[in-house]
Ligand binder design. Structure first.
Ligand code: ADP
Length: 396
């Protein structure tokens, strides 16, 4: 910027050397803020006025931290000092998503990139800001729709499993009925014979068995309920083996008992942070597919294992069926692609989406030529530093 004529710049800029600069600043779609090396606002353009609800003359001369959410505001002066002392850049030339504070006190997300300028008045920092509110709203809506779809797919899978589950529930209920009849008979016999410790003992044993069956029925219903319940996505620290086991138990109900289901869990798997119901949904999908694949094969076998690998927890579900047919493989994870006559083709698409929204992935070794398919779900271990410093340099 070379001084020719002195024009009145955007509020707060004082006099600047180029009228064109002023018009660029004021017509820019992005917000532009210039601060000096102690954080005092020098320039606040029109786009910023719209974004923050302040007029330029209300903010120029004040510290820029007034426009930041508390987590950034407190650190900001220290951050500038740190940079001046060490020259270490944490945001300059990088840019990132931060929370800003509107005049009305509400917070909103912006994309902020910062450049540095050495001027005759000293070191200045130029921030370019883009309002992310609309993008965030869209992202939230997409997430909501995705969660609805995932839940619908879960309910539809359970719907398909309905008759097997009903059959499975019928078993303990029938057993309870038979046990209760047997206790009744024991009581009548005891009354006829004047009662004895032995018949009391027999009645108690039968009642214990009935109670056990009632608990089994209750557990089945509980598992189904937790999968169909309408609830938003949530993240919890969980022991993966336990939630996998629960889902496997549910899926194997009413299935071909000739199929061996072998479980080989890492005994000391670290806890991970997931939505347990969604991860169970993945297990239900993969184990159901594996059953379908080995159906009718002699010596059908499904292997379910967990292990730790670098910063991942890995779940594998393999079978000894025919493997993935070549014509299915290409679009295997695409929605509505199915190799089955009655399939929806949603199971793998949704399972991969769930794995990926957890920061992991779902991959397949398709097998074939005498080998069955093997699916692998990778989920990240929680990182040590869960709360990242907002200004720490990170790839975007
Ligand atoms: P759906 O089961 O409704 O067809 P999926 O997305 O779960 O939908 O599966 C897509 C297709 O992938 C299946 O139709 C089947 O052809 C194939 N597939 C999935 N798992 C296996 C497996 N373990 N072995 C062989 N083929 C499989």
């Amino acid at each position: 910027m070379q001084g020719h004529e002195q024009v009145s710049g955007p509020a707060g800029l004082g006099t600047v050397s180029d009228a064109r600069l002023s018009s660029v600043l004021q017509t820019a779609v992005d917000g532009i803020i210039v601060i000096d090396d102690v954080g005092t606002i020098l320039v606040f353009n029109k786009a910023c006025e719209l974004m923050f609800g302040y007029k330029a003359d209300e903010v120029v001369g004040r510290n820029v931290s007034m426009l930041m959410a508390p987590e950034h505001a407190e650190a900001h002066d220290g951050y500038i000092d740190h940079y001046k002392e060490t020259g270490q850049k944490r945001i300059i030339g990088i840019g990132r998503e931060v929370r800003a504070r509107h005049r009305d006190g509400n917070f909103f997300f912006i994309d902020l990139s910062v450049g540095e300028a050495i001027t005759p008045e000293g070191r200045q920092f130029v921030g370019i800001l883009r309002d992310l509110t609309a993008r965030k709203d869209t992202e939230r809506r997409v997430n909501e729709l995705q969660a609805d779809l995932i839940r619908l797919a879960r309910v539809s899978a359970l719907d398909e499993m309905g008759s097997a589950l009903a059959h499975e529930l019928n078993q303990p209920l029938t057993a309870i009925l038979l046990y209760l009849q047997a206790v009744g008979r024991e009581f009548s016999k005891a009354r006829e014979n004047g009662g004895s410790d032995k018949s009391d003992e027999r009645a108690r044993t039968i009642l214990d068995k009935a109670r056990h069956e009632a608990q089994r029925a209750g557990q089945i219903i509980q598992r189904i309920r937790s999968l169909v319940e309408k609830r938003g996505p949530e993240r919890k620290r969980v022991a993966l083996n336990a939630i996998i086991d629960d889902a496997v138990d549910l899926t194997t109900l009413g299935q071909d008992r000739g199929v061996i289901v072998a479980r080989d869990y890492h005994p000391e798997l670290p806890e991970i942070e997931v939505d347990p119901v969604q991860i169970q949904q993945v297990v239900v999908n993969l184990v159901r597919n594996a059953y379908e694949a080995v159906k009718g094969c002699k010596g059908g076998r499904i292997d379910i294992g967990t292990r730790c690998e670098d910063r991942w927890v890995v779940l594998t579900i393999s079978d000894n069926g025919p493997g993935i047919p070549a014509d299915t493989l290409e679009d295997l994870f695409q929605a509505f692609k199915t190799g089955k006559r009655s399939g929806m083709g949603l199971g793998l698409a949704i399972s991969r989406t769930i794995a990926q929204t957890h920061g992991g992935d779902l991959t397949v070794d398709p097998g074939g030529a005498g080998r069955g398919a093997s699916f692998m779900v990778r989920l990240p271990l929680p990182s040590a530093d869960t709360q990242e410093d907002v200004y720490v340099e990170s790839p975007r």
